[in-house]
Write a protein that binds this ligand. Sequence first.
Ligand code: PAF
Length: 286
Amino acid sequence: MSPPDVITTVAALRATVRGWRDAGLTVAVVPTMGALHDGHLQLVRVALERAARVVVTIFVNPAQFSPSEDLDRYPRDEAGDLRKLAAVGAQVCFMPDVGEMYPDGFASAVRIAGLSEGLCGASRPHHFGGVATVVAKLLNQAGADFAMFGEKDYQQLLVVRRMAADLDIPTEIVGVPTVREPDGLALSSRNAYLDEARRRVAPMLYAELGAAARDLGRGAAAGARLGQTRAALEAAGFDAVEYVELRAAETLEALDLIADRPGRLLAAVMLGGVRLIDNVPVDAAR
Ligand code: PAF
């Protein structure tokens, strides 16, 4: 398939989308930070099922990294990304530079209370504000019917959905199930940082979450059961368990027991300096 058209300015993106709209075509946008893997490509495939034209955005957003995080060494592979996007058939790749997204004098920020606090927000207090700000801009710039986000970043998905609803952005936010390696490890650009030994430990995160989700679904109390999960993860070789928590799937309120509301079990762990996150649904066993 032909490579996507590369667009670097907001004005050119708007003109392209306007042309599609004038031709009666539907549009989806897939926001990414590049270093594309099959999880991203799955978002593009789902986008192509929903819409006639797909814009993939690639922008490593400085506003969502703290000074101690990996902004400078975040993996980048522009040529590889464009080849992958050509293979799946995305029509446009929007790759603005930092000056285009945050010109001199930029002074605004979007803050989503509640959903941004706790879980990943506890150790990364500025992260979701940076995500919400850049996604609000990207949604306004693209003016798409649909925007695709992976469930791998479950808290991010809910933050973005809340933000779009609160700010009256008329783009439907679509959550797409996590794509996994055959051994269960959720695909992530940061998996590239794992050495061979740690790569063998990493899938235990999904295995332990799955085992705990089954017990919670059968009525186990989170307080007691998740202590076991923490201990099992530490024994498996993770350096630290940042959190492992049962929350309500729609609101992220803390839950101790699964009753009639669907739950979500979410975790973040450290492995050799690499921070891994994952989550699984928890439903009451019938
Ligand atoms: O999930 C990501 O890659 C980023 O947080 C996003 C949504 C592209 C915003 O920069």
